[in-house]
Design a protein around this ligand. Structure first.
Ligand SMILES: Nc1nc2c(c(=O)[nH]1)N[C@H]1C(S)=C(S)[C@@H](COP(=O)(O)OP(=O)(O)OC[C@H]3O[C@@H](n4cnc5c(=O)[nH]c(N)nc54)[C@H](O)[C@@H]3O)O[C@H]1N2
Ligand SMILES: Nc1nc2c(c(=O)[nH]1)N[C@H]1C(S)=C(S)[C@@H](COP(=O)(O)OP(=O)(O)OC[C@H]3O[C@@H](n4cnc5c(=O)[nH]c(N)nc54)[C@H](O)[C@@H]3O)O[C@H]1N2
Ligand code: SF4
Ligand SMILES: [Mo]
Length: 781
């Protein structure tokens, strides 16, 4: 039932028309509706309590009740500390120009006029000398990106820039799902779990990554409470999502999910539990294929198909039995067999994956492998199921975004390979390095623009090696950064401009169950201009102001984008109404079908997928073609089937390497990556430490809570240890996002995970960040 109908209010419920919590606000205070803009994309509503010109505290959404649809989008610990970000002592207050060596962190204060002058001049020189093809910019998606595209827009209005394709989050799974399903990345909403009888999650921790009221974890709880579906969590760590709630935790070695899936497939096939009919009518490459010359679909001999590969009847293949897989993935034979039978017996299995397992060298294959489970049993495109892809991509903001403008530079570099483009861009090609939009790059990257990111150093692989590259002023000639706080990356800026924090800004957001018009909660601090006005001024100096602004101020752009959004979603209130009420609940029907691929499932002939064959591609024709034509550096491999693949620094290397432990870095509860890392409340609330299993700790004489050194050839970090069975033996883990802080001994006392990961550690297919493929050892300090 639609909520609007339920309450008789029509299209939406103006639950948030109320300006403040009546009777609860002391005299002299007022509340202002705002929202949290953090990178978890939960976008929770916040009620900011302001006294005078200062945010005094942050309260959460306290309207409505626990009825689903009327539920409060309660903020997490980070959102409730948001004012501490605004008033943090490491705020960048004024424009700064580097005076010391790059990375030393020595700056002098300059005026805004000097800053405009210098940025204009340096960008102009870079363009005159090397062309726009030498400028790289990638906006950190630290916030719902919508309103923030003015930086790319500015660069495009002055002739363009090299963009990134893919991102640090989900480049591999997106490619994998595209190759397999031709789309359908976020197939089902967690609400479908209400109609499932078995939930299986691979490397997915929504209780942290989609933490609060606006996020998917709430939907997960609601759905699961309704169906009481049994849940299996497959992860090297006993995660917050698993803690005390799961029916089964299956610890697995990082990077080996594909081996587990193959053994499950072996059991399903040999016990006659696969859906042969579905595999014939809806899929390509399970077994021999006749092909269709008219549609350009080639035949496939049986020995190249998935079945022959799994059963080991293809030449040179071994049967992928549970006995074969168990020593690789660390999951006992009996557990594998039981998992296969549980999936086969389920009426509506909801099988999904997070993004941890695709941040691996063979990440695309890991993701494709997980999709094989619903495919084999033919349980997708129906109530209560998921196609094996991600289910917790928070409902994207439906906001129409500020247009990028036409980018005259067509080449796009994989987001993780921009340092390679600095080192040797002109030798990067489409078929070797996955450059898109052109055959290769015209020139090396000479200038980097970072707005709202910390990927210049901290969030990228191999901080020590990357810092060395950044220090070389003959390579990168201009680093231009705009930031709120002094981060590890910001220290490497040539020109560092301050930027306002979220409560100082205004925006609309339309999101899942609500729409908000967030006005600035307080005045901009330190006399800082609005960042849109900063880029408007730069555009003016380049003579392209009109083109950049189209005559709109920031607030006029916001109104303009909201009106366009409403044209697409007519159930939104008129702009005047939202502006008056500030926040509004949108109707949400919990029983609505929220699974994908329904039409394809019902009639695959009439509703083909956007794959080369129009079917689900177990054997990827696109990958088969790339395997013939791409130049693969040693160690990188393209296989048309979703196969388990041994990789550099994977589990198969642990016996041979002097670094015997697999290291993974996961999303922190107290931060969004490095954002919020400067808030003492949050540092106290969540311990930043290395998790190690008692067996591995004992073998190294390590005691609880002592300081340990985690090391490999690339770097060393010092970090307190937590000895816990919540991490499986052979694996150590740490949250990502603490700031890189090398000391004079070369030890990173800020214990940034990327001091251990590999700078060029790229995945096989889309060449994205494989930071979870990493070997280390640990010793007591
Ligand atoms: N080892 C390891 N590395 C990883 C990952 C991992 O799992 N392990 N995860 C990867 C992933 S998924 C991602 S998405 C990336 C994230 O990488 P980044 O997007 O670079 O993430 P943050 O560290 O959050 O940096 C965002 C910065 O933007 C600033 N900021 C916030 N709001 C504003 C604003 O309005 N204006 C301006 N100018 N600045 C603002 C914040 O202060 C912060 O310093 O990291 C990747 N790196
Ligand atoms: N609190 C908080 N929430 C966030 C963010 C944040 O920084 N903080 N960042 C946001 C962003 S940008 C993104 S991209 C998403 C990221 O969301 P995810 O990428 O899904 O999050 P991670 O914690 O990196 O990884 C999920 C799980 O994968 C497990 N894992 C790692 N390797 C493997 C493997 O080989 N196999 C299996 N089965 N499991 C594995 C990890 O132990 C972890 O529990 O989260 C978003 N939400
Ligand atoms: S879950 Fe927390 S960090 Fe994410 S949007 Fe909500 S309040 Fe902000
Ligand atoms: Mo991400």
């Amino acid at each position: 039932m639609k909520l609007g109908l339920l309450l008789g209010t029509g299209a939406f419920v103006d639950l948030y028309g109320l300006p403040s919590i009546a009777g609860n606000i002391p005299a002299g205070e007022k509340t202002v509706w705002s929202n949290c803009w953090a990178h978890c994309h939960c976008s929770c509503l916040l009620k900011m309590v302001v006294e005078g010109d200062r945010i005094k505290r942050v309260e959460t959404d306290d309207m409505g009740d626990d009825t689903f649809g009327m539920h409060q989008t309660r903020a997490c610990l980070r959102g409730r500390s948001l004012h501490k970000r605004t008033y943090a002592p490491d705020r960048i207050k004024y424009p700064l120009r580097r005076v010391g060596k790059r990375g030393e962190g020595k700056f002098e204060r300059i005026t805004w006029e000097e800053a405009y002058e210098e940025v204009h001049l340096r960008l102009k020189n870079i363009i005159a000398t090397y062309g726009n093809d030498s400028i790289f910019c990638r906006i950190g998606y630290n916030s719902i990106p919508g309103p923030y595209h003015f930086v790319e827009r500015f660069l495009n209005s002055i002739g363009g820039h090299v963009e990134a394709h893919g991102n640090y989050s989900n480049a591999q799974i997106n490619e994998a799902v595209k190759l397999t399903y031709g789309g359908h990345f976020n197939d089902s909403s967690p609400m479908e779990m209400a109609f499932s009888d078995l939930i299986v999650l691979f490397g997915d921790n929504p209780a942290v990554t989609r933490m609060s009221g606006g996020g998917g974890t709430y939907l997960y709880q609601v759905g699961k409470n309704k169906s009481k579906a049994r849940t299996i969590i497959i992860d090297p760590r006993y995660t917050e999502t698993a803690c005390g709630r799961e029916d089964q935790w299956i610890p697995i070695r990082p990077g080996t999910d594909a081996a587990l899936v193959e053994a499950v497939a072996y059991v399903l096939i040999t016990e006659n539990r696969v859906d042969e009919g579905f595999l014939r009518t809806h899929c390509y490459g399970y077994d021999a294929e006749e092909g269709d010359p008219e549609k350009g679909i080639p035949p496939l001999p049986a020995h190249l198909g998935y079945k022959a590969y799994i059963l080991g009847t293809a030449p040179g293949e071994t049967p992928k039995t549970p006995e074969w897989a168990a020593p690789i993935c660390g999951v006992p034979v009996q557990t594998i067999v039981q998992l296969a039978r549980d999936i086969a017996n389920a009426r509506a299995p909801f099988i999904a994956q997070g993004w941890g397992l695709q941040r691996q060298a063979a990440g695309e294959q890991n993701s494709r492998a997980v999709c094989m489970l619903p495919i084999l049993v033919g349980k997708l495109g129906m109530r209560g199921t998921c196609n094996g892809a991600n289910a917790f991509s928070a409902p994207e903001s439906n906001m129409v975004m500020m247009p990028f403008g036409d980018n005259k530079v067509k080449a796009k570099v994989p987001c993780f390979l921009w340092p390679q483009a600095v080192l040797d861009g002109k030798n990067m090609t489409a078929k070797k390095d996955c450059i898109r939009g052109a055959d290769g790059l015209k020139t090396d990257i000479k200038c980097v623009v970072q707005y709202q990111g910390n990927w210049l150093l901290n969030q990228h692989g191999g901080t020590n090696q990357l810092a060395e590259l950044l220090r070389d002023e003959s390579k990168l000639e201009f680093i231009f950064i705009m930031e709120n706080h002094m981060t590890a990356s910001a220290r490497y800026a040539d020109i560092l401009l301050p930027s306002i924090t979220w409560p100082e800004n205004s925006r609309y957001n339309v999101y899942g169950t609500y729409a908000v018009y967030a006005e600035p909660v307080v005045e901009r601090l330190f006399g800082c201009p609005h960042p849109y006005d900063v880029f408007t001024e730069l555009a003016r100096r380049f003579g392209v102001e009109k083109q950049f602004t189209e005559g709109r101020t920031w607030d006029q752009w916001q109104d303009h984008l909201y009106v366009q959004t409403r044209e697409k979603s007519p159930n939104l209130p008129p702009i005047e109404e939202l502006k008056a009420k500030k926040a509004i609940r949108l109707p949400y029907d919990p029983d609505e079908e929220r699974f994908g691929m329904k039409k394809f499932r019902q009639d695959p002939g009439a509703n083909p997928l956007k794959t080369p064959s129009g079917k689900i591609e177990i054997y990827s024709l696109e990958l088969a073609q790339r395997a013939q034509t791409w130049i693969m550096p040693e160690g990188e491999k393209l296989t048309p089937l979703p196969q388990y693949c041994e990789t550099w620094e994977g589990y198969s290397e642990t016996g041979k390497s002097q670094y015997p432990l697999q290291f993974i870095s996961y999303k922190p509860r107290s931060r969004a990556h490095s954002t919020f890392g400067n808030i003492p409340w949050l540092q106290e609330a969540v311990e930043d430490c290395l998790h190690i299993n008692p067996i591995d700790a004992q073998a190294r004489n390590i005691r609880q809570h002592q300081l340990v050194e985690v090391f490999n050839d690339r770097g060393k970090i010092h970090v307190p240890v937590r000895i816990t069975p919540r991490i499986m033996p052979g694996v150590v883990a740490k949250a990502e996002g603490t700031q890189y802080s090398p000391d004079t001994r070369g030890v990173d006392t800020g214990h940034c995970a990327n001091t251990l990961t590999k700078l060029g550690g790229r995945s096989h297919v889309v060449k994205a960040n494989a930071v979870n493929t990493c070997l280390v050892d640990v010793k007591a300090v």
